[in-house]
Design a protein around this ligand. Structure first.
Ligand SMILES: NC(=O)c1ccc[n+]([C@@H]2O[C@H](COP(=O)([O-])OP(=O)(O)OC[C@H]3O[C@@H](n4cnc5c(N)ncnc54)[C@H](OP(=O)(O)O)[C@@H]3O)[C@@H](O)[C@H]2O)c1
Length: 240
């Protein structure tokens, strides 16, 4: 498959390396231009391109940039890209350390990926947002391995979701249907499913116990968990 990756940081690089090793052709872009990606190209075998080229070459697109940078993507990003090409969004909201406060996400009116979808003007799937890049790169296992990590795939388009779930399995993770994009709050930062590397059974138990409609209490609790974790990272001098 031809895979376009927009964002060549921790997640973009991890995916590029794994996907080329599985035999996919990967086209990767950052904000500074393809000429800045020669080292990454050598390491991963991915082809450096512009963001528009990454989108136009692809059977599947991954957008993996900081949430606050989504509105900076080119207006014509998806020009000439067929409507059936799935778009995966990996982003997370880090208001304190990186993104600043985005009102619709503060109120919980939108999930993070619904916000991304509105800005991109294109349906997205939320995938790969709740596993650390190093674990995505290194901890895939063959199907059936006890304790295999499960990854959620949330989104509204059935065919696109199936393709994303197949890719998750190919990368060595159990793919679990995370429901609609509106329900993807359940895999956002601050929840029990955020970067906890659980098995498929454990993931399904948490999904069931959280329900599908986010209550104001859940929104407040998960936002508080995320704020505490961001403060801890800040105290450790972590920069995103
Ligand atoms: N790190 C993790 O373990 C992890 C895990 C799960 C999800 N996530 C989420 O996934 C997203 C990416 O995270 P990351 O850690 O990979 O980020 P990162 O290491 O900071 O890399 C960000 C990448 O996005 C590129 N970028 C920024 N603005 C762009 C634009 N307008 N057009 C094209 N490329 C642009 C940057 O290119 P330049 O360097 O050229 O500006 C850089 O290659 C974030 O939303 C993050 O919250 C991260």
């Amino acid at each position: 498959m031809n895979i376009g990756i927009i964002g060549a940081g921790h997640i973009g690089s991890a995916l590029a390396g794994r996907l080329t090793s599985l035999g996919h052709s990967v086209y990767i872009a950052n904000s500074r231009g393809p000429e800045t990606l020669t080292d990454l190209a050598q390491k991963t075998g991915a082809t450096p391109v512009t963001a528009q080229e990454a989108a136009r070459h692809a059977d599947l697109i991954v957008v993996t940039i900081p949430l606050k940078s989504i509105p900076d993507l080119p207006q014509d990003l998806f020009e000439g890209v067929s409507a059936d090409v799935p778009v995966i969004d990996t982003s997370n909201y880090y208001p304190l350390l990186r993104d600043g406060q985005l009102p619709e996400l503060e109120t919980g009116d939108l999930t993070e990926s619904e916000w991304v979808q509105q800005h991109l003007g294109r349906p997205v799937l939320k995938v790969f947002n709740n596993i650390f890049a190093a674990n995505l790169a290194n901890n895939g296992q063959p199907a059936g391995t006890p304790g295999r990590i499960a990854l959620l795939v949330a989104g509204d388009e059935a065919a696109a979701k199936q393709q994303a779930m197949a890719l998750v399995e190919e990368l060595g993770f159990d793919a679990v249907d995370g429901g609609s994009l509106h329900e993807s709050w359940r895999q956002q930062p601050g929840t029990p499913l955020y970067c906890t590397d659980l098995s498929a059974d454990e993931v399904r138990q948490h999904l069931a116990s959280m329900g599908t409609q986010r209550t104001p209490e859940q929104h407040a609790q998960f936002a508080a968990n995320q704020a505490a974790s961001e403060k801890q990272l800040e105290a450790q001098g972590v920069k995103l």
